[in-house]
Ligand binder design. Structure first.
Ligand SMILES: [Zn+2]
Length: 285
């Protein structure tokens, strides 16, 4: 739900750096070099597909009876996964600089949950267990927080368009620029602050699949519970400020303008949980 700028390093540069690090495994180095064009072509297909919400059309690697099948030319699944683990993630290898660069570019905000969590590692949008050919493709590597961790979600992936979570690098701008997240304020009769309840309401003009995808994103990352929890703490302080101005007999509109509108106006993006919460308070208080 948070848009990320296109990675600074190209796939070509990434493969170059990984290859420089392959110092003792001439067999693997030879295979990677031999398949460079095929790997780069599959990256172009990935990019074109992701830009139109079509990553579900790519064919996953199936193991069948062979647990370590050939994936790209003579490159086996285990070798492509090793390319990531040993020659990209490893602190001692030249590829690591690109790993760190992608992490730093997220600016401490996990794009899946809109910055509620801080990224802890890179996740594969298409899991490397099923799409090993994209194991070190920068646009497949998303800085993710512990709670959003896609790699930890059992290596599942969407097999239809409507089941895909948002792709922070490549998805349609409308997912990031148009509002689909809303909330309502439910007051409490017993003197407690009440709760903010979040829900998805995409623009009417979106297609069925676009609407389904934001719903999927919201559900997959448990954003209802996680946003409500963030809002709970913030709500107490906002209601406190509102109450103190109300005790001065100020009209409610003035109070809203003074306290809630500045939060809305300064929101970093349109579907930010705090902005959406303040909009709900203006509507429901
Ligand atoms: Zn997250």
């Amino acid at each position: 739900m948070l848009k990320l700028a296109y990675p600074a390093h190209s796939y070509e540069q990434t493969l170059d750096r990984c290859c420089i690090g392959i110092t003792g495994n001439t067999l693997l180095l030879g295979k990677v070099n031999a398949e460079r064009q095929v790997l780069e072509e599959s990256a172009r297909v990935y990019e074109a597909s992701a830009s139109t919400g079509g990553l579900h059309t790519l064919t996953p690697t199936t193991c069948g009876t062979d647990e370590d099948p050939l994936v790209v030319g003579q490159l086996k699944k285990s070798e492509l996964i090793k390319l990531y683990g040993t020659y990209f993630v490893s602190q001692k290898k030249p590829g690591r600089i690109i790993y760190d660069s992608i992490m730093t570019a997220a600016n401490e905000k996990c794009p899946f949950c809109g910055g509620v969590g801080r990224p802890r590692n890179l996740d594969h949008y298409l899991p490397k267990a099923h799409f090993p050919e994209f194991s070190v493709l920068p646009i497949n590597l998303i800085p993710s927080c512990r709670d959003c961790n896609m790699d930890g979600k059992g290596e599942t992936f969407a097999n239809s368009e409507d089941k895909q979570v948002l792709h922070p690098y490549l998805d349609n701008e409308k997912f990031f620029n148009e509002q689909w997240l809303f909330a309502r304020y439910l007051p409490d009769d017993e003197g407690e602050p009440g709760v903010i309840e979040y829900f998805v309401q995409p623009p009417e003009s979106w297609t069925y699949n676009q609407k389904a995808r934001v719903e999927q994103h919201f559900t997959d990352f448990d954003l209802d519970i996680r946003f409500s929890k963030e809002a709970g703490a913030r709500l107490i302080s906002l209601l406190g400020q509102i109450d103190s101005l109300a005790s001065l007999q100020l009209p409610i509109e003035d109070i809203q303008t003074a306290i809630l509108q500045p939060v809305i106006d300064s929101a970093p993006f349109v579907n930010h949980w705090e902005k959406v919460m303040c909009e709900a308070l203006i509507r429901d208080l």
